[in-house]
Design a protein around this ligand. Structure first.
Ligand code: LIP
Length: 273
């Protein structure tokens, strides 16, 4: 498949690196028995040598080609650079599925120039899907233009919902209740990046997670905007790239319905606290 944006040297490198990193991650995925893991927040928030090794590879390739660029990675954090470009990297997004042998995981790479995300790439090695976007130049899935759903509504579309232990659990349970009461349905696979990519290509009608990290969502949010979708500001009021924040994204016809459900569910959660 030809390079989608061959005139952008950072995109050309990012594309080469995400495919190389995907092959490395897939090799680990096919032999999980000897993989060393360790807990972060709790038993549901685990990191493995695969995450660390894949991020190290990505960082090495970026440093060799663009030594003055900064990198923000899930496992090694922020390395600043003087160029004004920042690479935002999740080496394996959907670590939980990955470690349980379920193929719902991906690699996510975004490139920011100043405060703007200008490139986004998400690769799902188990299916071979490569989602890409460049600011102002559209979004593509496997080399073909992609666009958000034109018909999905809360009562007919499928919504991605993220859940984690970084926020009060009521925020998730209250949202799911509101969604089901409105006739909607959700899936959760533990990979915010992959769910956002599925919104960008029209498979999901939208995505909500009360808290997500920049490395999970930067690439996917650009794709959704370039594919004609709506995204709430990230990380939102009071948040930073390092703290993260809520993520809300939808096909344009779904925006108002989804926003109303989010706002009402947060009121419900507050009332139960
Ligand atoms: C995951 C995110 C997901 C969130 C999970 C986890 P990881 O990232 O993509 O949205 O719900 O708690 O943070 O840890 O698999 O890279």
């Amino acid at each position: 498949m030809p390079c989608e944006f061959p005139d952008d040297p950072r995109f050309v490198l990012a594309r080469e690196v995400i495919l190389e990193a995907g092959a490395k991650a897939l090799a680990y995925f096919r032999d999980l028995s000897s993989l060393e893991t360790s807990q972060k927040l709790n038993g549901q928030d685990v990191v493995s040598e695969a995450d660390k090794s894949v991020e190290a590879l990505i960082r090495e390739r970026i440093a060799a080609a663009f030594p003055d660029d900064g990198v923000l990675g899930e496992e090694e954090g922020l390395s600043e650079g003087p160029s004004g470009y920042l690479w935002v990297v999740d080496p394996i997004d959907g670590t939980s599925c990955f470690l349980h042998g379920i193929d719902q995981w991906c690699i996510s790479i975004a490139v920011m120039r100043g405060t703007e995300t200008v490139l986004g790439l998400i690769c799902q090695p188990s299916t071979g899907d490569l989602f890409v976007a460049r600011q102002g130049a559209g979004a593509q899935l496997n080399g073909r233009p992609m666009e958000v759903s034109q018909t999905g509504r809360i009562s007919t579309g499928l919504l991605g919902v993220g859940a984690n232990f970084r926020i009060p659990l009521r925020q998730v349970s209250c949202f799911v209740q509101r969604l089901l009461e409105a006739g909607g349905m959700f899936i959760r696979n533990g990979s915010g990046a992959l769910m956002l990519a599925q919104v960008a290509c029209g498979r999901l009608a939208g995505y909500y997670e009360p808290h997500i990290n920049a490395w999970d969502c930067a690439a996917g949010l650009l794709m959704i905007r370039e594919a004609g979708g709506w995204t709430a500001d990230f990380p939102g009021e009071g948040g930073t790239l390092l703290t993260g924040g809520p993520v809300i994204a939808a096909a344009p016809q779904m925006r108002d319905e989804l926003l109303a459900l989010v706002e009402r569910s947060l009121e419900d959660a507050e009332a139960r606290s």
